[in-house]
Design a protein around this ligand. Structure first.
Ligand code: ADP
Ligand code: MG
Length: 303
């Protein structure tokens, strides 16, 4: 397993991460979430061995991950990292970028693996296209396939689908995470997108103020968000009488002591999100049909 023990790190004086500890089992998918600047990428960099820790230790199985002070070449064979900025070879083809690190002594195996990965990232049609002509999202998909090519034991993904358009995103996520599960590859995903987490992550950790604010299964964090920050990651929410209430937990009923006046109505596909005024405070709730501005409604909190 990956074992991060009491990790503390700073680029300059002030710490970015303080006394961080967690474990990830073999084959497990861990999501690291947090606001922009909370240290998600820094944490992945440290797990990869890009920087030396100020304090603490990181182990993959029995191997201690060490930074540049101890290693001439950064990184380990068992680990791959897909950075937010992917560096590919622009003047060779998609296929060649993926197969570049596979052995030349097994051309058939190498071709088979490359084709398998082209399928995972849905780039079969681009196999022979030069990478420099691809869009940002397509390049990101090549970077993912290349990282998977050598079948690492553990893979670090930094906002792995951020450049990929919505038409492709859903199926690509399913392909990639399914591939990782099938091959029992441990995976750590840094993201601010709940879609990268729900349905895929076994566990998640939330970074805030240099520390782990919360850690657990996505269901547990969703059902019992400890702070508004965690609730905001999942959905639109309200704080009513010190209680966090998701917009879909508020229902319109005939009469209640929560009387609100509709301000705006947003079309969301299978429902509408309604912004209303509740005792001079904004409140959000979901509704099957649109409601006109100015209309009064009575709300109730459902479990
Ligand atoms: P996230 O990925 O969650 O957005 P980062 O890990 O990129 O957060 O950044 C965490 C903090 O560290 C930010 O305040 C950022 O400005 C700072 N930081 C990131 N990289 C460097 C660096 N190479 N040198 C100095 N500060 C950095
Ligand atoms: Mg980042």
């Amino acid at each position: 397993m990956l074992n991060v023990q009491n990790l503390t790190f700073s680029y300059q004086k002030s710490p970015i991460l303080k006394d961080i500890s967690f474990k990830v089992d073999i084959g497990e998918n861990l999501a690291v979430i947090g606001e922009s600047g909370s240290g998600k990428s820094t944490l992945l960099n440290l797990i990869y061995g890009e920087f030396d820790l100020n304090q603490g230790q990181i182990f993959w199985k029995d191997t201690e991950i060490l930074g540049p002070k101890y290693n001439l070449v950064i990184g380990y064979d068992f680990m791959k990292y897909v950075h937010q900025e992917f560096d590919l070879m622009p003047y060779i083809s998609v296929s060649e970028n993926i197969s570049k690190y596979l052995s030349r002594f097994y051309p058939e195996e190498s071709e088979k693996r490359t084709n398998e990965l082209l399928k995972v990232v849905e780039l079969e049609a681009f196999a022979n296209v030069k990478v420099k002509t691809l869009s940002g999202g397509q390049k990101q998909r090549v970077a993912l396939a290349r990282a998977l090519a050598k079948q690492p034991e553990i893979i670090l993904l930094d906002e792995p689908f951020s450049h990929i358009d919505n038409f492709k995103k859903q199926s690509l996520r399913r392909n990639v995470f399914k591939y990782l599960k099938d091959k029992n590859i441990t995976c750590i995903v840094a993201t601010h997108d709940k879609e990268d987490v729900l349905g895929f992550a076994d566990t998640m950790i939330v970074l805030e103020n240099q520390q782990i604010l919360e850690q657990g299964k996505p269901e547990a964090l969703y059902n019992n968000p400890k702070t508004p920050l965690i609730a905001s990651f999942f959905s639109e929410f309200n704080v009513i009488d010190d209680q966090i209430v998701y917009a879909n937990q508020l229902k319109v009923i005939d009469k209640s002591n929560l009387k609100a006046t509709v301000i705006t109505c947003y079309f969301k596909g299978y429902h509408y999100l309604i912004e209303a005024d509740l005792k001079e405070e904004k409140v959000f709730f979901e509704h099957d049909t649109s409601i006109e501005k100015g209309q009064e409604v009575f709300l109730s909190i459902s479990e």
